[in-house]
Design a protein around this ligand. Structure first.
Ligand SMILES: [Zn+2]
Ligand SMILES: [Zn+2]
Length: 361
């Protein structure tokens, strides 16, 4: 398909000085999709904390990205060209690009659904060009089909934040009637986790800073806890036990905070599950990032601890299907492409309700 002349270049946002929040917009040529690939005209991309961490070099123990890296891993676009041999997705269809942008689907990890652990994994926006650009070439088999009728800008954050929290609740075996405590509940991940828990029939204790109380309750949180109101870990744990005396079934730690992880085992009912999603980056000295788990609670109550960084193709599909039924709504602010650095700086303070989405059109 011929490209419109005004779209003859690909405007892309690059991390100009990794280790800082600096970014720049560059004009690049538009590539041709090869066998098994499609060319996607990108429409929207959410901004995830992992993008911030990749740009600023604070992504756990991961090496810093090279200058010029195009970030982003929760994008939505339209297929405009198929590579040789590709029949699906069809031209004109909307697709999503997620963190695990390319997987082999055949290695041992892929076969058990752990596609984020694929031995030939290519990660969108991390040593592989991401979704912060107007045109993107991606694997046809890994592009996520987007259901009809869904708000496309709102669907972008579902490709990472939504899929990750949905996968977290599913892998923690959350059932109708279960209590789930969510830390960082008013953020990009947390605000979706509240809604997915409710859609799955669970009840929610939302924990965040006090200014997010009304937002979390509007989304369906049954209780809200302003963690700053409590002096010690024991006080906040005791408060949770007054709300749900036996403890909660699942703690979904979206907050990247050591404090949240120190407290989490104390919130849980016996055989409950702690899901680790947020990675602490701003606390402790280098080498002291490992949270101080309450090991005696973990043993005494036979708790489970799982870590989740992203979801599989199937989990992404299920996550989108729930949203397409109207059970989950992303709260986002749509911003122009040149606001990525400004957005990163705002995200540092943790004051953004929901998600920031870049308009790439
Ligand atoms: Zn992400
Ligand atoms: Zn694989």
């Amino acid at each position: 398909m011929a490209l419109q002349e005004e779209h003859a270049v690909n405007r892309a946002i690059q991390y100009s000085t990794p280790g800082t929040t600096e970014t720049c917009i560059t004009e690049l040529p538009i590539g041709k999709p090869g066998p098994g690939e499609v060319l996607v005209r990108m429409l929207y991309s959410g901004i995830c904390h992992t993008d911030y961490a990749a740009c600023t070099g604070t992504l756990g123990r991961a090496p810093p990205v090279p200058a010029g890296q195009i970030g982003g891993h929760e994008g939505i676009g339209e297929v405009i060209e198929q590579g040789p041999g590709v029949t699906k997705p069809v031209i004109g269809s909307k697709v999503g690009i997620k963190w695990a942008a390319e997987v082999c689907i055949n290695c041992d990890n892929c076969l058990m659904g752990a596609e984020s652990e694929c031995t030939s994994l290519k990660v969108s926006g991390f040593y592989h060009p991401g979704t912060f650009q107007q045109y993107l070439i991606t694997s046809a088999v890994c592009a996520t089909p987007i259901p009809e009728g869904i708000d496309l800008a709102g669907a972008a954050p579902l490709m990472c934040a939504g899929t990750t929290v949905y996968a977290s609740l599913k892998r923690a075996h959350t059932k109708a009637g279960d209590w789930v405590l969510i830390t960082g509940a008013g953020g990009g991940l947390g605000h979706l986790a509240i809604q997915y828990t409710k859609a799955m029939g669970g009840s929610v204790i939302a924990m965040d800073i006090g200014s997010k109380e009304a937002f979390c309750k509007e989304l369906g949180a049954d209780y809200f806890i302003d963690f700053k109101k409590f002096g010690t870990n024991e006080e906040v744990i005791a408060h949770v036990k007054t709300l749900v005396p036996g403890g909660v079934r699942v703690v979904l730690c979206c907050a990247g905070s050591n404090k949240a992880y120190e407290q989490a085992p104390g919130f849980l009912a016996p055989r409950g599950t702690l899901v680790c999603v947020g990675i602490p980056v701003h606390e402790g000295k280098p080498g002291e990032r490992v949270p101080l788990f309450d090991l005696s609670s973990i043993v005494a109550n036979e708790l489970n601890i799982i870590g989740i960084k992203s979801g599989s193709r199937q989990e992404a599909k299920e996550c989108l299907d729930i949203a397409a039924k109207g059970l989950v709504k992303t709260h986002y602010q749509l911003r122009p492409m040149d606001t990525l650095t400004k957005s990163f700086i705002e995200m540092e303070d943790g004051n953004v309700n929901g998600r920031i989405v870049l308009d790439l059109r």
